[in-house]
Ligand binder design. Structure first.
Ligand code: FES
Length: 105
């Protein structure tokens, strides 16, 4: 099952975006260059972005507009990156975040 929207009756879906490789928890996946990281994750059936600090509960897409932080992940060593508003770049390294995450730079 692929969750990426490739056709939409109202929105302009750019089908000409270059396909790039990114890495999620050590696994290589294909993404469209410039699409939101979260869109690439959903297209690859990855729905958990982080686990909460106290209760270790999974979180994923909620608002989709950069307001709730439920989609926060560690991106290229930087924790708390909101993946719904951060564009994909070739070779990105993305990790599921546990709690507040740790700087890995
Ligand atoms: S889903 Fe709410 S900030 Fe990304």
């Amino acid at each position: 099952m692929c969750l990426r929207v490739d056709n939409h009756v109202i929105l302009d879906v750019n089908k000409d975006l270059k396909i790039v490789e990114i890495f999620v928890d050590g696994k290589s996946i294909k993404a469209k260059d410039g699409e939101p990281i979260l869109a690439a994750l959903l297209a690859n059936n990855i729905i958990i972005n982080r686990y909460t600090l106290k209760r270790r509960e999974p979180r994923g897409l909620f608002c989709g507009i950069g307001q709730c932080t439920d989609c926060a992940m560690i991106v290229d060593g930087v924790p708390n990156v909101r993946t719904c508003i951060t564009p994909v770049k070739e070779g990105m390294v993305i990790e599921t975040q546990h709690g507040l995450g740790k700087e890995k730079i």
